[in-house]
Design a protein around this ligand. Structure first.
Ligand code: SAM
Length: 192
């Protein structure tokens, strides 16, 4: 089976070209993007949160799966990379960009929970994990990627990932599935 996605968001070529110009190499790969779009599509009128916008490739995938009533909030520390996402996706009324530290945002946020949380940076994944899981609505999904060891990982990172996975698997209020696919993903669905 060829698992290369064949239905790409329309904004993707422009985002990729701007990412190349900016030297940004941390965007999600297409298979992960296609899963993001499919998960977003399971939630008509859904509330979606992305932690770590980057240049907006993940956001483009999420928006491509969301219906017109769904809403995406995406948080990024680096204004220069998020400017690319704003430039390419900012005309879409479904997306709200937040520029700032994801950890501070998680601590301060007091709105309604989310149906889908894509935690794609340190806060919400390696820090503030409980807080980001608290923001997942019943039946909602928490997704993380970049879990398969890479040659460039710092020495301690693999142990951090193992600890993260074990902690998530140990949560009684989530059902977890590990996907040894793309960059390595874990999907956790809130059961209570
Ligand atoms: C893996 S990239 C995000 C890729 C994007 N989600 C996608 O799917 O294409 C991680 C991003 O997190 C950002 N970041 C790093 N520390 C952060 C923090 N404390 N708060 C928010 N964003 C942060 C980085 O600047 C980087 O753009």
């Amino acid at each position: 089976m060829d698992d290369t996605p064949n239905r790409l968001p329309t904004a993707l070529p422009a985002l990729r070209s701007r990412a190349r110009e900016a030297g940004f190499t941390m965007s999600s790969e297409d298979r992960t993007g296609s899963l993001l779009a499919a998960l977003a599509a399971t939630r008509p009128g859904g509330r979606v949160l992305e932690l770590g916008t980057g240049v907006g490739e993940g956001a483009a995938w999420l928006l491509s799966g969301m219906d017109r009533a769904s809403r995406l909030t995406t948080v990024e520390l680096d204004p220069a990379v998020q400017a690319i996402a704003r430039e390419q996706l900012g005309a879409d009324p479904r997306v709200t960009f937040v520029c700032g530290d994801g950890g501070s945002w998680l601590e301060d946020f007091d709105g309604a929970p989310f149906d889908l949380v894509f935690a794609d940076t340190w806060p919400g994944k390696f820090t503030h994990l409980d807080r980001s899981l608290d923001l997942v609505a019943p039946g909602g999904t928490y997704l993380i990627d970049d879990l398969v060891p890479q040659p460039g990982w710092p020495e301690s990172h693999e142990a951090s990932v193992d600890g993260l996975l074990a902690g998530l698997d140990g949560r009684e209020d989530f059902r977890c599935v590990r996907l040894a696919w793309a960059s390595g993903l874990l999907m956790a669905v809130r059961t209570a």
